[in-house]
Ligand binder design. Structure first.
Ligand SMILES: [Zn+2]
Length: 301
């Protein structure tokens, strides 16, 4: 009897201690690609026209964070051009007036997000779900407020120089500023050259890595202003990053939707089957072999 009880305990505890393992499963991006590129520009100034033209020339996709209340004022884009200009790119929240959000009350933060989101949605005619913090300024209160207003990711300006997918999409730290921090101090060509070297070195490590990687470059088109050298440099790095068969060129919100679809895959107990409840085709590796599962499909592994 004692032996039987002991056996039962062993059996119960061995089942209770088991958990589903996902360690042999690795996410891939759409079409089985292992890298994703986000190009993220803030403020919606008139130089965005030139920037979008260059992006379109190299089949690159941008994410543009706009302040609706600035549109139509000096040096900013006008409302009537937003939908057409950013066709194929993403339009995203950057607050209504571009204040530092951490110095505002909860009500004021809500106003800045809601007004911007509503007006941008009216202009582009789709739900606007992403954001970049003005000046990168955020704290836990700001994050809590925006999380309740339908914002699904929010980019900071805390450059990581890495390629990791962030844990918290509302604290999305980018890889680096465009040209790294070159030109941040006026008339410092030695520093500029160090920063440009770092910029291209980081791009090269992204292009060479065999790991899953997201390169997220942010900036402002007004930083190039009327400087033809900076525009030529922009074209150079756009060309350098274009047409790589292992890179998924995406709007930031598309990447967010895709990662969520991946996270929603439902594997059977022994990983012999997987169900994809989302509306996206999802790609992954299981025991180093690539698989894909269509929207609503269940496949055997
Ligand atoms: Zn800004």
């Amino acid at each position: 009897m004692k032996q039987l009880l002991a056996l039962m305990y062993i059996l119960i505890f061995s089942i209770a201690g088991r958990s589903q393992t996902t360690e042999n499963i690795e996410m891939l991006f759409p079409k089985g690609k292992s890298k994703a590129l986000i190009l993220s520009y803030d403020d919606g100034c008139v130089q965005d026209r030139q920037l979008v033209k260059l992006m379109n020339k190299y089949d690159l996709i941008g994410t543009f964070h706009l302040n609706a209340n600035k549109l139509g004022t000096a040096n900013y884009l006008v409302k009537d051009e937003i939908k057409k200009l950013f066709k194929g790119h993403e339009v995203s929240v950057h607050t209504f007036n571009h204040p530092g959000l951490t110095r505002l009350s909860v009500e004021e933060i809500q106003f800045e997000i809601v007004e911007d989101r509503e007006e941008l949605e009216r202009l582009v005619a789709y739900p606007v779900r992403g954001m970049a913090y003005p000046f990168g300024d955020h704290n836990d209160t700001v994050v809590d407020v925006i999380s309740k207003l339908g914002i699904q990711y929010a980019r900071t300006v805390n450059d990581t120089y890495g390629f990791e997918i962030p844990e918290n999409f509302l604290k999305w730290h980018p890889t680096m500023h465009q040209f790294s921090k070159a030109y941040w101090k006026p008339n410092d060509p030695i520093q500029d050259s160090i920063e440009m070297t770092l910029f291209y070195k980081t791009i090269d490590s992204f292009l060479q890595t065999k790991n899953l990687a997201v390169l997220d470059i942010w900036g402002h088109s007004w930083e190039m202003g009327g400087d033809s050298k900076k525009w030529a440099e922009t074209e150079r790095f756009f060309k350098y990053l274009s047409a790589h068969s292992d890179v998924y060129y995406c709007k930031q919100i598309d990447l967010v939707d895709y990662i969520q679809a991946y996270k929603n895959l439902r594997f059977s107990m022994n990983n012999t089957m997987v169900f994809n409840p989302s509306s996206l085709m999802v790609f992954f590796r299981y025991n180093k072999v690539m698989h894909f599962v269509g929207p609503g499909e269940t496949i055997r592994l």
